[in-house]
Write a protein that binds this ligand. Sequence first.
Ligand code: NDP
Length: 253
Amino acid sequence: MTTHPPVAVVTGGAAGIGWEIGRRLAADGYLVVAADRVAGQTAGANPDGILWRELDVTDPAAVDGVFGEIEADLGPIEVLVNNAGIQRHRGIEDLSWEEWAAVVDVNLHGVFLCLQAGGRRMLARGDGRIVNISSISSRGSAGRAPYATTKAAVIGLTATAGAEWAARGVRVNAVAPGYVDTGVFRHGIEQGTLDLDTILNRIPAKRLADASEIAAAVSFLAGTDSRYMNGQTLYVDGGFMVDYGIPLAKKPL
Ligand code: NDP
């Protein structure tokens, strides 16, 4: 009998943070499938052997179909990382309905659809781990209304699914990254809607995160060392969320 390595699916896993998550899970011993609407880095040099399945996470039939195909071809999905996400920078008063809806569709509806499709399969076996990718923007973030709203909603969905499924063998947790020099962030820098110096100054660690540091937290939540964690959000942000952000004007005496 052929034994297959456990399967991990990373949505939006063909680029950026998702790609690094896939590389880390491959190093952890998973057969990794990047479920992404583009082939991205899976099409280039790919020594980690990360597979690619075309998927738009906003399409309910496609999500269920692709998850079914992956299980039929490769075996049960043991780990699902809901990483696909997009960003639009604009003030609330100027946002178009299309911009709002596009972000909500990918960042919230997409996470729900994959969580449900993956979760149902894991519940049937009584085994699985799901990690959702939120953001520090979940605290509220000027100029990013749909992004901040959906990333906060992901924390609520994670807590709820984590509680619902805790006694049934399926753990759901989230990672909320700080700023990482990948697509969502780079797009803002290129557009001129984000300023690197302002951002670095606001981060207590005074640097961006490396995508591998986000992947390490995902690896922990996907593994057995986190077995008593359900519905939690882990912030990997160089101290961003714990700092009020206003330094003293003078050093205390
Ligand atoms: P990237 O844009 O580099 O990668 C995201 C990947 O998801 C892309 O390949 C993208 O494809 C894909 N994708 C987008 N929409 C869909 C869809 N509908 N279905 C399937 N795949 C899709 O983003 P990052 O790596 O920067 O971000 C990854 C996650 O981390 C996101 O959820 C983001 O919100 C979150 N995050 C990022 C931070 C950062 O500073 N970079 C900080 C905090 C959180 P395409 O290129 O076609 O859009």
